[in-house]
Design a protein around this ligand. Sequence first.
Ligand SMILES: CC(C)(COP(=O)(O)OP(=O)(O)OC[C@H]1O[C@@H](n2cnc3c(N)ncnc32)[C@H](O)[C@@H]1OP(=O)(O)O)[C@@H](O)C(=O)NCCC(=O)NCCS
Length: 175
Amino acid sequence: MASAGGIARNPSNAVLHIQHLSVHDMTFQAKEKAVPILATIARIEKKSFPATEALDFSTSILKKANTRILFVVNQSAPLSAVAYCVCVRHRRTILLHKICVAERFRGQGIGKLLMDQILKRAELEGCDDLELWVDECRMPARNLYARSGFEERCRVKGYYGPGRTGIKMIAHFSR
Ligand SMILES: CC(C)(COP(=O)(O)OP(=O)(O)OC[C@H]1O[C@@H](n2cnc3c(N)ncnc32)[C@H](O)[C@@H]1OP(=O)(O)O)[C@@H](O)C(=O)NCCC(=O)NCCS
């Protein structure tokens, strides 16, 4: 578990104070905690992505080799995630498959808090690179990635379907 300092900005009514948030790894959760949190993640996922891109957050995802879910909780609601990410490891590279903050809590620094944890853990675990693909239309995500040190490597037209360009971005850890 990791906590953060500072007070988040407040662009909406759904204020969350960063110092009341903590980041956890689903791998280490007991089943009675993992199940309700996965259910909240599934709800956020459904609201945030088209059905064709939504991941299945039933408990079977916990059995996937090399797949890790990190999630953010507010201390007043420890069985309800406000943000999450899914990372898949291949040798010394981690693919950040998904990162998402519940809509009413966006713009308060939670995405950055989670991304900082992803980068910190990847580096501590000896990875060389963290890579991802992003739809060129997802500007908040692209800004978050650029601000977190990711660099654009290539663009593929139609990557996300007709007329939708995918951008590959990489954060490299130099040792
Ligand atoms: C992308 C996402 C995770 C960012 O989370 P967030 O908590 O809102 O982001 P933060 O408040 O931590 O902001 C971090 C940086 O992201 C960028 N950002 C966040 N919201 C933004 C917005 N509405 N417009 C432009 N840039 C934005 C900024 O660079 C910001 O840094 P800054 O405030 O210093 O400029 C969130 O918008 C989200 O869940 N989007 C829907 C899902 C998605 O697109 N996921 C990525 C593909 S899997």
